[in-house]
Design a protein around this ligand. Sequence first.
Ligand code: AMP
Length: 190
Amino acid sequence: MNIIIFGPPGAGKGTQSKFIVKKFKLYQLSTGDLLRNEINNKTKLGLEISSIINSGELVSDNIVSNLIEKFISNDTYKNKTIFDGYPRTLNQAKNLDNLLKKYKQKINIVLKLSVSLETVKKRIMERQAQEKRADDNEDVAIKRYQTYEKSCEPVIDYYKHSNLLKVINGEAEISEINSEISGLIDAIKG
Ligand code: AMP
């Protein structure tokens, strides 16, 4: 079972991914977390990408592709991955298809959490107070929302055509979203 989870910043992708990981015994691959680790560890890559991330833009497709190939090629995670924050461009979606083919895997379901810009702004401000992420402030949140809308729409269309896409109301209570997602995953597990 491989899952993709989509949603703008503050949609609850991280929260829902952690729930799915626990319930269905999967591994979370969050490109945002991997990139933030690089920044926190002050690696060469981290120094290169910190200003891009802090401005709400996407880092280059090549950088994230290298990070995810390391994960997909690892047998521990084979057919047990939830992709959180990847793919975010059409190019990345095609790259993911190629990598999955190469390592004899596939995507089983794509979950899209829908939330409004107003909710995103509110949640980001709450998260800012708790987690102190450098890219969590109102201006950058708006920029990240716009970046998401612009770059992810074609990706969402791509998965719509393959009939894998399920749209979920990300404004609902966390527990309601948990149950909806569980139902969808149980249904495809058969
Ligand atoms: P996230 O934690 O998923 O909201 O990601 C935080 C930031 O990391 C994004 O705003 C981007 O700058 C960068 N990032 C994460 N995933 C990707 C990706 N798949 N492609 C390009 N940039 C990414």
